[in-house]
Ligand binder design. Sequence first.
Ligand code: ZN
Length: 240
Amino acid sequence: MRIALFGDIHANLEALEAVLQDAEEQSCTHRVCMGDIVGYNADPFACLEMIRSTDWPVVKGNHDEDAAGSHSLEAMNPVAATALQWTRDQLSEEQREWLRNLRMVRQVEDFTVVHSTLDQPQSWNYVTNKFDAMSNFSYQFTNLCFHGHTHVPRIFIRDSRVGEIESDSVEIEPGMKYFINTGSVGQPRDGDWRACYAIYDIPTSRVYFRRVEYDLATTQQKIIAAGLPEVLAERLAEGR
Ligand code: ZN
């Protein structure tokens, strides 16, 4: 069994298609989605339909929740709020209902999946260092947990202490806990514009990140054509 784990797609259809194609070429047998299917980019309808038409496990992201809701977006940064209001208008009530009903946490095989953290999934906390990761580990009952939300691929580990492994792959050892951010498909923020996801190869107990080029120019053109803030197109090229 070889599982592709991907999230923070953010309505970037070209990046999603490229990742799914790569997962196919990498002989992945299963797929799991870490949430934030919509928000920011120009293809929320198509991305949502592509995921919804499968039986892949999916967890809810904060942008999924905001796009599904009708609460005010005033507290949010203006660019994200503009994109989310636009996204709400693109989705049908039935699609928004589907997003609303997504679960916050799921267990798949021998691992757990959450968009942000296990300690307070509804608070959408960001894990940007090992101290942030500590509170998650107290609530992590499987050796391995995958998450997203910061759009930066990272590997946190707990044995006697919490630390971070700076690598693009890791071997999962018994007795240790791992909290792995699979990066972002549709809006990476680690300085690399290419779509990011992770593969968990169960027979060899290895997790590794993949970076995949996609048709960035088309994604950018769609953002401009939709009337979304231009900064959303620019940041994709910079991976931030
Ligand atoms: Zn996100």
